[in-house]
Design a protein around this ligand. Sequence first.
Ligand code: G6P
Length: 606
Amino acid sequence: MCGIMGYVGPQQAAPILLDGLTRLEYRGYDSAGIAVAGGGIEIRKAEGKIERLAALIDSEPIAGNAGIGHTRWATHGPPSDRNAHPHADPTGDFVVVHNGIIENFYALREELQASGASFASDTDTEVLAHLVASEYDGDLVAAVRKAVARARGAYALVVMAKAEPGTIVAVRKISPLVVGLGDGENYLASDIPAVLHRTRDFLIVEDDELVVIDADGASIETISGDPVQREVFHVSWDAEQAEKAGFEHFMLKEIHEQPSVVSETIAGRLEDDRVVLEDAAFDDDFARGIGTLWITACGTAYHAGLVGAEVFRRTLRIPTRVEYAHEMRYGDPLVAPGDLAVAISQSGETADTLAAARLAGELGARVLALTNVVGSTLSRDADDIVYTRAGPEISVASTKAYLAMLIGQYLLALRLGRARGVLDEEVARRVTAGLRRLPEMVEEVLRSEKDVMAAAESMVDADDVYFIGRGLDYAVAMEGSLKLKEISYLHSEAMPAGELKHGTLALVTEGVPVIVVITQRDVYDKTLSAVQEVKARGARVIAVAYDTDAEIGKFADVVLRIPEGEDLLAPVTAVVPLQLLAYHVARLRGHDIDQPRNLAKSVTVE
Ligand code: G6P
C-alpha cells in the first residue's frame, strides 16, 4: 500500500517525483524518498509526510533526468529515515523502491549476511537491492529478472542502476503498476491519478510482467522474457476531480460530491424496465440458476456489502452470505459452481478481497467485481464488472465510494431480480423511481449540515459512542460507527438494536451518546423500544429518522432528518448525516481528517 513513482525524460526528475508522490500520499504516508540519476545516483529520504522530504530536497537539491520515488506505509521496520525508500545496495550503484511484501526476506537476508553483506535498514526491500547488485553482469533487465526469481510475495518493484542512468526497470507481482506515456518522457506509478495531469495514455502492467522505460518509450515483457504487446489505455477522467475544489478536506468534498456520484452511477443504466450493466456479461440463464449469492469485501466496502446482502435476500429470495474477505479466504467457504460471488472494493486492489474473489472463482462461482477503479486488478480478475463510477476517492475514510457501492448493488438486484422473474413488478417500479430521486434526496440531506454540526459539538468530548439499528438500519449503523472511529478516534461500537440488552446496555450511563438509525417501518416499534431503554439509562440519543416521523422527537435529544422514501433505499440517505457527524467531530477534535493515523487508503498487503 505504498505509492511508487518513476520518471525518465528531459526535465528535472525531482520535482516531478515529488509532485507524483504528493498525489499518491493517500496510499501511505509515514515516510517518503526519491533517488535521482545525474552524475551518479543520489538519494534523499525522510520520515514523515512529503513536506519533510520536499524541505530536505530544498536544502540539498538533487539534479538529474531520471528517478524513482516512494511514499511508504510501513510493513517491515518502523517508520524512520533509514527505513524510508529508496534502498540501495552497499555500493550505492543500484537503487530500488517497492510496494508489497517479500515473504522470504528473512531467509534471503540471512543468506546475504552469511556471505558478508551488511544491511542499512530493517526493511524487506533492501534485500532486493542487494540481490539485483549481486546478479548484475552489465544487463539490468537480466539482473532484475534473476533477483525477483528468488523473491516470494506480492509486490511492485522499481529499479535503477548507476551504469544505465536513463533506464528504469520495474516488475509487477500482484501490487499495482502502470506506465504513463508522455512525449519524449515516460512515467511509472502505482496509480493512474499520480500522473493523470501529465498524460492520459497508460500501459497497465499485469502480474508477472517486467517493464523497461526510458525517455523514448516503454516495453513490456513477461518475467520469463517473452515480449508482450499491450494496448494503450486512454483515461478520460478529469484531473480536476482529484483536487479539493475549495473544501477544507477531501473527505468533505467527497461527501458533497455524492449527489452527482449517485447520478453518475445510475446514468444510462436504468432504461425503462431494463437495467443495463455494461460490463456484466452474465445472461438470464445464469441469473436464474444462482445457488448462493456471496458478498466479500473489507472495511467500508464490507459495510456496503451488509446492505447489499439484505437487499439481495429480500428482493431475490436466495441465500445470501456476506463475508469479510480475510475470513472467507481462510474459512473453507462452501462456495459451489453456480454461485455468484460479488467482490466489492473501491480500489480493486485490496489483497484480501482479491484473494477471496479468486478463491470463490476457483471453487466454481462466477465472480462479479463491484469496484471504482477501471483497470484495477479485481476488475481484470472478475468475470463481470460493475463500475461504481465515483471518481478518484482521496480521503482515507471512504464516503462517496460507499454510496456508489450501494447504488451498484441496487442496480444488480434489479437486474438479477428481473432475470429470475422473482421481483414484484410494483417493488421494481418503486425502487427504480426511488433510485432516480436519490440525487435530490442526498442533496437535501446535505443542506441540513448545520444540524449535524450542532450534534457533533454535543458529543465531541464523549469517551464512548454506541450506534444501533435493525436490519438495513443496523448495516448503516455499522458504517456510521466505523466512520466515527476512523477519523475522530472516539471509541465507538455498532450493534443491532435488539442486542443491546444482552450486554452493552451495562455501558450506557448518563450522557453517553447513543446514535440510532430508525428508518425501517417494519421494525420501527422494536427500534423505538431500544431507544426508550437507553433513554431510561440517561443516554443522549441522536436519531437519524425520516422527516415525516412525528414519534421519534419525543424520545431523542437530537433528530437528524432525512427525506422519507423507500425503506429499501434508506441506507443511501441515512448514512450521509453519519458521515458528516464523523467529519465534524473529527474536525472539532483537530484531527488530520484525510490521513487518519495508522490507516491507509488501499491495503494491498495481507
Ligand atoms: C482500507 C481503507 C478503507 C476501505 C478498505 C477496503 O482499510 O482505509 O476505507 O474501506 O481499505 O478498501 P477497498 O479499496 O477494497 O474498498
